[in-house]
Ligand binder design. Sequence first.
Ligand SMILES: Nc1nc2c(ncn2[C@@H]2O[C@H](COP(=O)(O)OP(=O)(O)O)[C@@H](O)[C@H]2O)c(=O)[nH]1
Ligand SMILES: [Mg+2]
Length: 315
Amino acid sequence: MGLIDAMLAGDRRALARTISIVEHGGTDAQLALGKLYRYTGQAHVVGVTGPPGAGKSTLVNELALELRRRSATVAIIAVDPTSPFTGGAILGDRIRMQPLGHDPHIFVRSMATRGQLGGVARATSDVVNVLDAASFSTIIIETVGAGQAEVEIARQAHTTVVVEVPGQGDDVQAIKAGILEIADIFVVNKADREEAGKTQRQLQTMLQLGHTHDPQWSPPILSTVATSGKGVPEVVDALARHRRWLSESGKLDTRERERVRRELFQLVEYLISEQIDQRVPAADQTALLDRIRAHRIDPYSAAKELIQRALDGTS
Ligand SMILES: Nc1nc2c(ncn2[C@@H]2O[C@H](COP(=O)(O)OP(=O)(O)O)[C@@H](O)[C@H]2O)c(=O)[nH]1
Ligand SMILES: [Mg+2]
């Protein structure tokens, strides 16, 4: 039996190996994705993002346990380099995370965040496809909501949960990161703290002022204490409600089309660059850069020249 067949049949070692191949990229990754892509499209992909220390990993852990109680199978991708899943946390957290490892229907994977952030977004999307083909019904991606790359990763999700915490000063942190408009569900975690109600009201006000959301879906603002699991079933209810709304309203199809379109053109760009690297000698590329620097050719004409040379295969 081939690796992909073994992975599709539920072999966890084959799954881990397929993910490594896909993460590594190149021809082997493209072959693997080509074989498994037809089995994708079933999973509910959930993004969980928010500032560092908000309790995302703790919440994701609890969400996974609650989803298991409801018979879902859960895969977690941690893109957060400080995630306890990746071993970056204090011992107490790691012990809390332990129970997930013993359940064969929960799979946890952390992504390497070194290298280009755009590369991480693409690798994450490929890993989601592998986990989807491996029949996990829910795939949770945890990212730190800190910038464009994280927003890019969150956009791959069907449902995005933005986690906030009370007492971060006057500004709710999501505004700075520009992730307010991508939230389908808000969670004010650490509701055991004072000021949780204030944070919730701030979010409510911002949502009313913002008008950035779909008029048919107003993001619920929920509160949780992730360390005790309080409020977690309500978050899982909201995830299910959002997913149902997506498919019944036709939004799922629109979003998936848009996501696939973005992915297609990103890949076209990537593959063209790859062909240019393979077919046009580095010295010629440098020479072309020098001509642009010397203002003897404009960048548009230079780009066209490069593409033409790659197409001709003349090098
Ligand atoms: N008081 C309180 N602490 C929490 C809660 N949720 C998480 N924490 C703690 O906050 C810290 C950061 O949690 P973590 O899940 O690693 O946050 P992340 O960086 O967003 O993934 C840990 O020490 C958690 O135990 C909560 O609801 N209440
Ligand atoms: Mg974390």
